[in-house]
Design a protein around this ligand. Structure first.
Ligand code: 0O2
Length: 227
């Protein structure tokens, strides 16, 4: 979901569109709860745009291909809460579900994934809460991405809230694979046939090989990287 979609969702919830059962009586509170995550996303989105524009302006390699922010839908929040045994109260959701706001950053090369993660987490107002490095240690199905949970301060009219945002960093090849895998997974839910699973795992290896090759070519053309 993009931030424009998020705006629409928030308006929908605030205007009493049918919500999952536990949230029906608290739609106003819920829309405020979600608004804060939208602001957290905007903060991280701005930081990423600044990095990309500044690097381009300085004639340096811009490691960021594209960025897509998304806010979890209420039904996806509810499903996750039920799966992890989190009570459906806003306080519990706030504490236990830290990927309500998420932003995916697609980079050109594998080294860019780490460079951008480093540039972001070195900023003094960004607190790194968790790192899951599925690039160094891919999931058994072949999934690769660097996942960070970071917290940023959001300055409201009367208080400051610290908002967790899940940042997923990956290359274009990893993104291509993950998007196809997601569609296949969805189509065959719950069980992807074994042969297809194996082929997907092999395709993930092909994508990783392509990433290595492109990075090597890039270095040969431009010399050692200097972001
Ligand atoms: P959406 O639509 O992006 O919200 P969780 O699975 O969320 O309970 P955790 O520890 O938060 O547990 O998950 P993790 O490992 O950090 O990964 C969560 C997100 O990463 C997923 O979000 C996907 O976006 C992506 N992801 C993780 N594993 C895979 C995978 O095997 N294939 C693909 N295509 N994407 C993956 P959600 O919540 O599933 O969906």
């Amino acid at each position: 979901m993009t931030t424009e979609d998020a705006d629409r969702e928030i308006t929908r919830w605030a205007s009493g569109h049918p919500l999952p059962e536990p949230f029906r009586d608290i739609s106003e509170e819920l829309s405020h709860f979600l608004l804060v995550y939208k602001f957290g996303l905007a903060e991280i989105g701005t930081k990423i745009s600044i990095l990309a524009e500044e690097l381009t302006h300085r004639g340096r390699h811009n490691p960021i291909e594209h960025v897509s922010p998304r806010l979890k839908t209420t039904s996806s929040i509810t499903t996750k809460a039920q799966r992890i045994g989190c009570p459906l109260t806003l306080d519990d959701l706030r504490k236990r579900i830290r990927d309500i706001a998420g932003i995916r950053i697609v980079c050109s090369f594998v080294s860019d994934v780490y460079t951008v993660a480093d540039m972001l987490t070195r900023q003094p107002d960004v607190t790194l809460l968790q790192t899951k490095d599925y690039v160094a240690k891919p999931k058994p199905n072949g999934y690769r991405s660097l996942h960070l949970i970071v917290e940023v301060p959001v300055f409201l009219s009367e208080r400051v809230v610290h908002v967790p945002v899940e940042v997923q960093l990956r290359t274009a090849a990893m993104d291509f694979w993950a998007s196809l895998e997601h569609k296949i997974h969805y189509k065959y839910d719950p069980a992807v046939p074994g042969a297809l699973r194996e082929e997907l795992a092999a395709a993930a290896e092909d994508a990783a090989r392509l990433d290595r090759r492109m990075e090597r070519l890039h270095r040969e053309i431009h010399g050692p990287r200097r972001v």
